[in-house]
Design a protein around this ligand. Structure first.
Ligand code: AMP
Ligand code: GLY
Length: 428
């Protein structure tokens, strides 16, 4: 089989490596890919992940037997529909289903209509009405979300009225998140540990993957700005069997059925961002795709051929596949460019990597690198995802951090406390 993967970050590198393990696969292509991915797949770096026409043409050129669309924006734009129209098998939801991530107003209204537990909320299309509502309610912190995709940054948690007013104005009037800010959701602030659960689904059968925990803030101790994710661990100790059972009953199955009912059957990987609140698990967000960097810790623990799973989903027979997981833990530490998530420089030479962009003892998924004349250069905010597995979480974390020390580039930074909260929770 020839498989084309769309995207170019650490998540796509993890997908490429899992696909690479399959005996059914002859050749892997990736658009645009990155320096690390180019060591395992043929990359087409001038085709952007959002270039629907370009990707359809590429799928024809490489005779793709399966196209895996990984990022949110091409899914929300309808890349899967365009590929299916040309007869290509795909992994990822169509446009009608991807709206579950593409519009927060859609997803909140869906949860309300089908009684799926989530934070209380109100939707506003006018800044004045939103501000008046917040003033009247007078409860802080309050959560303000732009309706559309905002590169994972469309959420502001306001601690008082001034911050809330600023947030509403900057989203709706200054359009800091672009067109995604023409409507906003004002939401109740929830508390509790967060859990990410990615699920394989064909719209009938639902198979949750191993749970994981993201670390979104830039600095140790969950300080600093929100980022795309500075590290992950799997499994997540807060996701106990009891919580899993409750999520299946009150959240996962109802969501799949709600989407079917709305004529928006979801096929692919549905990501549930959950908060385990004192009143039980609630949905913080849905993503219509694999999470990044959750995928980097989840897929190494998958013990079933991913091509079998993806093709079964495409053919609506996920029920026939036995999805197995290794009884191990995984940890991923993100090495980022100095300044990220604000301004940072690129083009720094990375030392410590071998010809494949790897070190011994861990797998280095490349998130933002370029391969140039035998060297790896930084090409993004998040640069490398150093990932190790182990019999225990402690073992995986120690291994991952000892490999981080072997790698260097100017001004690099990483969190030193990835997994610390999970380890403490394990001991409870
Ligand atoms: P998101 O960009 O949707 O992933 O949200 C970013 C982060 O904001 C989440 O991971 C949570 O930590 C936080 N968050 C979002 N919604 C809420 C909420 N209703 N209550 C508390 N925290 C929230
Ligand atoms: N790690 C969160 C996300 O992929 O959106």
């Amino acid at each position: 089989m020839n498989v084309l993967v769309v995207g170019g970050g650490g998540r796509e590198h993890a997908l490429v490596m899992k696909i690479h393990e399959s005996e059914k696969v002859d050749k892997i292509y990736c658009a645009p890919g990155n320096g690390g991915i180019s060591r395992y797949a043929e990359c087409f770096s001038d085709i952007k992940a959002t270039d629907i026409e370009g990707v359809v043409e590429l799928a024809k050129k490489v005779s793709a037997d399966l196209v895996v669309v990984a990022p949110d924006d091409p899914l929300v734009l309808g890349m899967v529909d365009a590929l299916n129209k040309e007869g290509f098998a795909t992994f990822g939801p169509n446009k009608a289903a991807a709206i579950i991530e593409g519009s927060k107003v859609f997803s909140k209204d869906l949860m309300k209509k089908y009684n799926i537990p989530t934070a209380e909320y109100n939707v506003f299309a006018s800044a004045i009405e939103a501000v008046n509502f917040i003033k009247e309610k007078n409860e802080y912190p309050t959560v303000i979300k732009a309706d559309g995709l905002a590169l994972g940054k469309g959420v502001i948690i306001a601690q008082n009225f001034e911050e809330a007013e600023d947030a509403v104005k900057s989203i709706m009037e200054d359009k800091i998140f672009g067109a995604s800010g023409s409507k906003i959701v004002v939401e109740e602030f929830l508390t509790g540990p967060e859990v990410s659960v990615l699920c394989f689904t064909d719209g009938k059968t639902l198979k949750p993957m191993i749970s994981s925990m993201d670390h979104k803030r830039a600095l140790d101790g969950d300080q600093g700005l929100n980022t795309g994710g500075m590290g992950t661990v799997a499994p997540n100790p807060y996701y106990t069997d009891k919580v899993a059972e409750e999520c299946m009953k009150t959240i996962f199955r109802p969501t799949i059925e709600a989407m079917n009912n709305e004529g928006r059957t979801f096929k692919g990987c549905l990501y549930f961002g959950l908060m385990i609140t004192p009143k039980g698990p609630k949905v913080i967000e849905y993503n219509c795709r694999f999470g990044d960097p959750e995928t980097q810790v989840v897929l190494p623990l998958l013990d079933t051929d991913i091509i079998d799973i993806m093709m079964a989903i495409y053919d609506d027979k996920l029920d026939t596949v036995n999805v197995r997981w290794k009884n191990e833990s995984a940890a991923c530490v993100v090495m980022a460019s100095g300044g990220y998530p604000k301004k940072y420089e690129t083009g720094k030479e990375i030392s410590g990597l071998d010809a494949k962009g790897q070190v011994s003892g861990a797998f280095v998924y490349h998130a933002g690198t370029k391969y140039d004349d035998g060297k790896f250069l930084t090409a993004g905010g998040r640069v490398l995802n150093v990932t190790a597995t182990g019999k225990t979480l402690k073992e995986a974390l120690d291994q991952s951090y000892s490999c981080v020390k072997k790698i260097s580039f100017e001004n690099h930074h990483f969190r030193t406390d990835i997994g610390a909260r999970a380890l403490a929770a394990e001991d409870q």
